[in-house]
Design a protein around this ligand. Sequence first.
Ligand code: IPE
Ligand code: IPE
Ligand code: MG
Length: 224
Amino acid sequence: MNPLKHVAIIMDGNGRWGLKYKNSRNSGHKAGLNTVEKIIKETIKNKINFLTLFAFSTENWKRPKKEVNYLFNLLENFLINRIEDLHKQNIKLKILGSKKFSSKLNKLLNNAEKKTSKNTKLQINLALNYGSKSELINAFKKIKKNKNNINEKNLSKNLQTKNIPDPDLLIRTGNTKRLSNFLLWQLAYSEIFFEKKLWPSFNEKDYNKIITEYKNIKRNFGKI
Ligand code: IPE
Ligand code: IPE
Ligand code: MG
């Protein structure tokens, strides 16, 4: 059975779900938050140490302002209402991506990271305004500036995911088979599951089914 330390998820399909069931994309984002809560619980039950959630890409700024504002509003409320409980559950929150949001949201994110920084049960990495290409470019720039050698170890050390093991498992919901600029370096050897269900319809059972399947895969890492 394969160990499972780190699950990464591209939470896709909110907009389509919202349009299909409630006639608005934004209600899909709201419903998607319930799935986030379910999956966090189940991740803890499965004793997984790291959960990385792709919530907003550097490319998602191209969406209508109304949708972008709704998403960040949802996030603000989530932080205000849920951070205390997450902290009590010994969960550490880390943001991947550059924090270029409103001063209110930046503050909420910084406070949440600071408050939970010593927690040890589960680390949730929330990828927000995250893009893998810009993360890689910044890593190379830092290596160059410090006159270090370009090698795998130094590159990994200069990514935002330093000290985080690479994902063992990537799940993308929403019936789309692409990476959309997510963790391009870190996913080099991850097992990838593309799930047909839209994120708000994804549930604990679907998650556990994937985990069980993952655990039984023969992972080669180049060997035989
Ligand atoms: C993913 O769902 C969530 C974000 C990108 C914020 P989408 O909003 O991309 O949903 P679809 O793919 O349009 O259905
Ligand atoms: C990827 O989903 C980003 C997140 C889930 C946050 P998108 O819906 O933005 O991806 P594309 O644009 O369809 O590739
Ligand atoms: Mg999408």
